[in-house]
Write a protein that binds this ligand. Structure first.
Ligand code: S3P
Length: 196
């Protein structure tokens, strides 16, 4: 990206939530954009694991999916209230109306689209994702969730065949155009403004 130095010039007006199926690139794109603009990014699953002291697959095994979803909602709510940042959500976070309401009311939602085949190719170890069992199951879940991703989305971005940097660059443009990503320097009055 052209301006990838950490100049501190960029700021978010609202939190930005990245949604989409596993392997869509939510965490990598959020990190790439954060690095390019000197912003903070956070992955809800990683935040949840750190706070709970347990990994996702153990939480699913010990508390079931419902237990995991309760924790997901709790931490999503917590992150939405912090100073605005880029928030990569788990692929199933759109399932609960309460989660969609948190995203819609407090932030801007970027939906990263991916196919089951491409997701499978991008995820080297599906063992860490209890719901990514096989391609057919993944296709079924994507079909079931697509209307929810679309309903939550303020913008929809196809990721198929694109690099992380290219996707992040496109999102940066969208967020700037929509007034979500603000450049402090261009907002600040220039010191020599008005001089001949
Ligand atoms: C899930 C996606 C995972 C994680 C959990 C459940 C899902 O997150 O939250 O395994 O239901 O699709 P990623 O999308 O970050 O892999």
């Amino acid at each position: 990206m052209a301006d990838s130095q950490h100049t501190g010039a960029w700021r978010l007006a609202r939190p930005v939530f990245f949604v989409g199926f596993m392997g869509a690139g939510k965490t990598s794109v959020a990190r790439c954009l954060a690095d390019a603009c000197g912003l903070d990014s956070v992955d809800v699953d990683e935040y949840l694991e750190r706070n709970e002291g347990r990994i996702i697959s153990d939480i699913f095994a010990q508390d079931g999916e419902a237990g995991f979803r309760d924790l997901e909602t709790r931490y999503l709510k917590e992150l939405a209230q912090l100073q605005p940042r880029l928030i990569a959500c788990g692929g199933g976070a759109v399932g609960r109306p309460e989660n969609r309401a948190i995203m819609e009311e407090s932030g801007f939602v970027v939906y990263l689209e991916v196919t089951a085949d491409e997701a499978a190719a991008r995820i080297p170890d599906t063992g860490s994702r209890p719901l990514f069992k096989d391609l057919d199951t993944a296709r079924g879940i994507i079909a079931q969730r697509t209307p929810l991703y679309e309903a939550a989305a303020d913008v929809r971005i196809s990721t198929v065949g694109r690099s992380i940097g290219d996707i992040a660059e496109g999102i940066k443009r969208v967020l700037t155009d929509r007034g979500i990503l603000l450049n402090e320097r261009s907002e600040a009055p220039q010191a020599d403004e008005g001089r001949a």
